[in-house]
Design a protein around this ligand. Structure first.
Ligand SMILES: NC(=O)CC[C@H](N)C(=O)O
Length: 414
């Protein structure tokens, strides 16, 4: 007994000694709660909305998902970084999360796919990260109080100072709210481009092996980039779709001038309500009966376009283990989720049918229109990270495109 507790004490001492190697860091929430830990990324002060993600894998995909713009992401899984980072697992060109909060971040990567360690990756992208804090207590706090603004202060060296803590407190208190922020237009592409594996400058050595599939691309889709993830474009391409990615503010008329068979509305950060330009596009696509598919922010934009309302959730859905019911189908899918807003199901118009609901809280997870080939999903059928239970939605879109394509060909033949 004495021996065991002595060992435990020694272990704690060792952990403390290892952690002292790293400079001090602290997370300060807007309500004044402080969590101290160690800096494991770049030095600096980062502010944002503090959210938690319950996925046990996929930290690199999470960090590079543009929908996390303006958010400090807490990973509830105990240990991250052990497989490092590589070019292939980028969900966009860069890291978009404002900062990383984790219980323990591995210094060394142990994977044949790793090109650098997680701390090196974070430093290279100038992203602050803190570990060595009680992420379970933090998550419980966020569940009770709701996602709230916070600041991570990560020192260059040494121990925490009252001045640094004060600076973080002021920054957290002054950050404001995610509600009302149009962030999609800040992360969208500047110019249209045709998506190909490797069009995001991935070296051939990486793209040749894992992802590329020799498929023909008979259909053409204009994909609105509100912060699109790579795996969405990849899964569209895998289903025979040539994808032209366009800036968020491309008008419906400009999109149609590219002669697409359908339009895709991507995921993205911030509040959907101020994205009036995108809501306008969705309204016109629905009226013109162009096949339309929306994911996450795209789903919310479609909700607003049909006259439904969106709301800010208490702490949102961020994880890879969310059960979603396919309504009327006696079928449950485990899904990947990342959203802080939701479409209020009660405000859907009569020509819309709710297709999916969250089994965690009953919130709306998808709907389709009864009088137009338009449907959308709140979670992430493309996963990355997460399960692929619901990637059949890409096939559903491909079927709608095939139909529209055949109708167009018939009309042209007459
Ligand atoms: N992943 C997303 O597209 C997120 C949509 C929106 N920014 C939200 O938080 O609800």
């Amino acid at each position: 007994m004495i021996c065991r507790s002595a060992n435990l004490h020694r272990q704690e001492e060792i952990v403390a000694l290892i952690q002292k190697k790293y400079p001090a860091a602290a997370l300060v929430l807007a309500d004044g709660t402080v969590f101290e830990g160690r800096s494991r990324g770049a030095a600096g002060l980062a502010t944002g909305e503090v959210v938690f993600n319950t996925a046990m894998t996929g930290y690199q995909e999470i960090l590079t998902d543009p929908s996390y713009t303006g958010q400090l992401v807490t990973l509830t899984t105990a240990h991250v970084g052990n497989v490092g980072a590589n070019k292939e697992d980028m969900e966009s060109r860069s890291v978009y999360a404002a900062g990383l909060i984790a219980k323990s971040i591995a210094e060394n990567a142990s994977s044949w796919r790793a090109e650098e360690s997680l701390p090196a990756f974070l430093k290279r992208h100038g992203i602050v990260a803190i570990d060595g804090l009680d992420t379970r207590a933090l998550t419980i706090h966020l569940r009770q109080t709701g996602a709230q603004p916070g600041a991570v202060i990560a020192l260059e060296s040494g121990e925490m100072t009252p001045e640094a803590l004060e600076a973080a407190k002021t920054a957290a208190a002054g950050w404001g709210s995610m509600a009302g922020q149009d962030l999609a237009q800040t992360v969208t592409t500047d110019v249209p481009y045709e998506w190909k594996e490797g069009s995001w400058e991935l070296p051939t050595a990486h793209t040749a092996g894992g992802f590329r599939k020799p498929v023909a691309h008979p259909y053409h889709v204009v994909a609105y980039d509100f912060g699109v993830k790579t795996n969405i474009l990849r899964l569209l391409a895998d289903r025979g779709i040539r994808v032209t990615v366009v800036p968020a503010k491309t008008t419906f008329e400009e999109a149609m001038a590219l002669n697409p068979d359908g339009i895709f509305l991507s995921n993205g950060p911030g509040d959907p309500a101020p994205c009036t330009y995108a809501i306008e596009t969705a309204k016109k696509a629905i009226a013109a009966k162009v096949p339309l598919f929306g994911i996450c922010l795209g789903h919310q934009i479609m909700g607003l376009a049909v006259g439904a309302k969106t709301l800010k959730m208490k702490f949102g859905h961020h994880g890879a283990n969310h059960p979603v019911e396919a309504l009327g189908e006696k079928h449950v899918a485990i899904t990947s989720q990342n959203h802080g807003f939701a479409v209020d199901a009660a405000t859907l118009p009569e020509n819309a049918r709710a297709t999916h609901a969250s089994l965690f809280d009953g919130s709306l997870q998808g709907f389709e229109l009864l009088d137009a080939p338009a449907f959308c999903f709140q979670g992430h059928p493309e996963a990355s990270p997460g399960p692929h239970d619901i990637d059949g939605l890409f096939e559903k879109f491909a079927r709608a495109l095939a139909e529209a394509h055949a109708q167009k060909a018939e009309a042209a033949g007459e």
